[in-house]
Design a protein around this ligand. Structure first.
Ligand SMILES: *[C@@H]1O[C@H](CO)[C@@H](O)[C@H](O)[C@H]1NC(C)=O
Ligand SMILES: *[C@@H]1O[C@H](CO)[C@@H](O)[C@H](O)[C@H]1NC(C)=O
Length: 460
């Protein structure tokens, strides 16, 4: 059935293209045949043909399925030029704890001037209480006058009359009526926000109004997009946080579809479920999630009736910590896929080894010699699997025997782990030259297994 339809569409498109070309190439004939008053016809045909044969332009047109909404611009300048990234968030009145201003502060302060100039943040004040909107708009204008002036921030609202019914809806999943109203309105809020943001950036990032962002998140996102585009992956959504509707990235060309999708199914299920369905219909089978997370909830109170929100993204590292590039080796017995490298890399991963013997090690070999100024090592989890007896050393002169493992020729002692931890600063005062290795050497065997959770260094 589908195949049949597709064939028909293609045939029609081909006909229209041929028709269009024919008319363009034979305008004399056309003028004779149809008369001068019919001149616009060729354009009309050509436009329809393009709509049918190019998916991308068809989607970009955004004029399928009328979506007739008027937006109120509460603050900021209307759109002038397309940026790299549009960031959308929607905010409503909360009974406890409001984080909108801090969320915006975090977005801007974690970005460099260059990053700020290639993004625009769109805030939808989706609250029907006009006093709250006036108050919040004033607050935003005070705190972000320069961002508003530079077109980096836009505040909008959609009047209630444009919303579909929000009460008396279906009670899927046996949700309470007020819960259904809340989540259904949220879908429409996002739909309107996404529709508005469609042309503002090449890509669109969905956030919530209570998140803190990692440093230079925009550059990380750019890097990830480039990777996907080089790999020629089919993707509809990249995820920079595992939480609800936070840190999800879309291509702008898909936004007119997404806006309509959320609108059409607004009363069926919560937005983060719809979002998964959208990814699937756009033929992206698996999630593409990047670690560490770039966004984290600040709010401990959810906007729905001030219920306590326990969700924290455990993959989040503020400041997007990154150690220098290095290889990591161990001769402790590794449990499953908890490789030693995971202790070195940012993110939730860690090294997990079976009962280490005396003399076993975990060695980090830097790609380039590095002056280490500070070290922080954390082992164990919840008081278990601490590394009880080990010393930490810096090494010089890489031995590369051409075999799988590298190490250093000489090592100098820095200190011992105490209660499974070590924190050292100002290391360069004593060891000023560049090092090539960092080694954790087990000084007494232990029965307990060992988790090396984090090894972080600072460099000069
Ligand atoms: C769009 O909505 C406005 C106001 O509700 C209405 O006056 C107008 O006719 C609508 N346009 C279309 C094309 O439906
Ligand atoms: C780990 O390597 C050290 C140093 O080469 C060696 O003394 C020790 O026996 C090794 N232990 C295991 C379990 O391989």
């Amino acid at each position: 059935m589908r195949r049949h339809l597709k064939k028909k569409t293609v045939a029609l498109a081909v006909l229209l293209v041929i028709g269009g070309l024919y008319f363009v190439g034979h305008s004399d004939f056309l003028l004779v045949g149809l008369g001068r008053s019919q001149e616009p016809v060729p354009n009309e045909l050509k436009w329809q043909a393009e709509r049918l044969i190019s998916n991308e332009s068809w989607v970009e047109q955004g004029d399928f399925l009328p979506f007739n909404i008027s937006y109120q611009l509460l603050a900021g300048a209307p759109f002038t030029q397309q940026r790299f990234l549009a960031v959308g968030l929607s905010s409503v009145k909360r009974t406890k704890g409001t984080y909108l201003i801090s969320t915006l502060q975090s977005l801007f302060s974690q970005s460099s001037p260059e990053e700020r100039s290639s993004m625009v943040v769109v805030v939808l004040l989706a609250e029907f209480d006009v006093r709250w909107r006036v108050y919040t708009t004033k607050e935003i204008k005070t705190a972000f006058s320069s961002e508003l002036e530079q077109g980096q921030l836009v505040v909008i609202h959609v009047p209630e009359e444009f919303y579909p019914p929000l009460t008396g809806l279906k009670r899927n999943f046996n949700d309470a009526p007020d819960r259904v109203s809340f989540r259904s309105k949220q879908n429409v809020d996002y739909s309107f926000l996404i529709h508005y943001s469609a042309g503002l950036g090449k890509y669109y990032l969905q956030l919530e109004d209570d998140v803190s962002s990692a440093k230079n998140f925009l550059s990380t996102i750019k890097l990830r997009i480039n990777e996907q585009n080089t790999k020629k992956t089919t993707w509809a959504m990249l995820e920079f946080s595992v939480l609800g509707y936070i840190g999800k990235l879309y291509k702008s060309a898909h936004l007119p579809l997404l806006a309509r999708f959320l609108f059409l199914f607004y009363q069926e299920m919560p937005c983060d479920w719809l979002m998964t369905h959208f990814r699937l219909v756009m033929t992206q089978k698996d999630t593409i999630l990047f670690k560490p997370s770039l966004f984290q909830h600040m709010g401990t109170f959810s906007s729905f009736q001030g219920t306590y929100n326990k969700l924290k993204d455990k993959d989040f590292e503020e400041g997007l910590y990154s150690n220098p590039v290095a290889d990591v080796y161990t001769n402790m017995s590794t449990y499953q896929k908890n490789y030693p490298k995971l202790a070195w890399e940012a993110g939730e991963g860690f090294f997990w080894g079976r009962s280490p013997e005396k003399g076993t090690y975990l060695t980090v070999v830097f790609k380039d010699p590095t002056v280490v100024t500070g070290i922080s090592i954390e082992t164990g989890s919840g008081g278990k699997d601490l590394l009880e007896a080990a010393q930490v050393e810096l090494g010089h002169d890489v031995i590369d025997s051409g075999k799988e493992e590298k190490t250093c020729k000489t090592f100098q002692l820095l200190g011992q782990l105490e209660n499974g931890r070590l924190e050292l600063q100002g290391i360069d005062k004593k060891h000023g030259s560049a090092s090539s290795c960092l080694r954790i050497l087990v000084t007494a065997g232990q029965k307990d297994w060992v988790i090396i959770k984090k090894i972080r260094i600072s460099t000069s």
